[in-house]
Ligand binder design. Structure first.
Ligand code: ADP
Ligand code: MG
Length: 313
């Protein structure tokens, strides 16, 4: 059995003793897993990360990290985790020196620090900025340094709070790929994002959090099955009037549309639908020019679980 490195049970948090920003959330993360906390602004993602990394104490509930209680063993936990916070904090010195100081804080010897620094400057495209003062970096460059710095040391779990905000497309992809590489070496990742495609690219499991509650939690595939809703099957057909075929198909009005020169059908069972439509088209001597079954995306899941409560659908 895989070991749980994060255990959260009925976690509640209030900043002002009035409003609860976390209303009792529970989840586990297994060793080696990439776990994504996905939610809109203000959902409670940063609060959760701050509690898990012992920056703030929870109001109530159980939070164990690597078997240690966040209320009692903050130091032990902090020595074995990495954290990239949402808001960058940077020392007043050069890029290279920043990395070096961080390595020293973690007790790395000079040779190891030197090797690590070269590797990270390369990966995070900071080589020609190495002598620049960190304070003079642009937002995206600063973000890169902040993330690179965290990889100076070994750790069991890395927490990343919206790490790719402010990075360009290429840097974002580099970072995600580097994270994947570290996961292959055994690192566990807990990260937050409001970007669906990012969660989709990286996560083994996702918890969708909304207004302090987990509204869905599962593997990406299962979420798509459970909450992905109907799929769209699209046809382009020759030799036949689309309205005629639409009439002949016994499909509920809401689930069939003609858009431009395409017939679009929404269905829970795309393959059965395709078979049925092909039969009808053949009977009417029509010919299919093109057909497409649109994949379910995490966006479908997100809109389904979050949309209901917020009046989007
Ligand atoms: N230090 C704080 N004091 C009071 N309220 C806070 C504080 N930090 C966050 N909040 C509130 O808690 C809620 C959740 O915030 P946060 O965890 O930062 O959400 P997210 O990271 O998902 O955008 C928001 O309503 C936010 O305004
Ligand atoms: Mg946040």
């Amino acid at each position: 059995m895989q070991q749980n490195v994060v255990e959260v049970e009925n976690l509640k948090h209030t900043y002002d003793n009035k409003k609860y920003v976390l209303e009792g959330i529970s989840f586990e993360v297994k060793k080696g897993e990439v776990f994504g906390l996905l939610g809109r602004n203000g959902a409670g993602k940063t609060t959760t990360i701050k509690i898990l990394t012992t920056l703030i104490l929870p109001t109530s509930g159980k939070v164990n990290i690597l078997g240690y209680d966040v209320r009692k063993d903050g130091l032990k936990i902090r020595s074995r985790i990495g954290l990239v916070q949402q808001l960058p904090s940077i020392e007043f010195t050069t890029v290279e020196k920043n990395l070096d100081i961080y390595g020293m804080l973690w007790g790395l010897n000079k040779k190891t620090r030197k090797e690590k620094i070269e590797e990270l400057l390369e990966i995070f495209d900071l080589k020609n900025l190495r002598k620049k003062d960190a304070i003079d970096l642009s937002g995206g460059e600063r973000r890169r340094l902040q993330i690179a710095r965290e990889f100076m040391h070994d750790m069991d779990i890395l927490f990343l709070d919206e790490p790719t905000v402010g990075l360009d497309v290429i840097m974002r992809r580099n970072l995600l790929n580097y994270i994947k590489k570290m996961v292959n070496k055994g690192l566990t990742i807990v990260f937050t994002t409001h970007m669906l495609e990012e969660a989709e690219y990286l996560c083994d499991r996702i918890a969708v959090i909304d207004k302090g509650k987990i509204v869905a939690i599962d593997t990406l595939d299962n979420l798509k099955i459970k909450y992905g809703g109907k799929r769209a099957v699209e046809f382009k057909i020759k030799n036949i009037n689309l309205n005629d075929i639409k009439e002949k198909l016994n499909i509920n009005h809401d689930n069939i549309k003609i858009v431009d020169d395409k017939l679009i059908i929404l269905t829970e069972n795309p393959y059965d639908t395709v078979e049925m439509v092909i039969d009808k088209i053949k009977q009417s001597n029509g010919k299919i020019e093109w057909l497409n079954i649109r994949d379910k995306t995490l966006e479908d899941v997100f809109l389904n679980v979050i949309g209901e409560e917020n009046g989007i659908s």
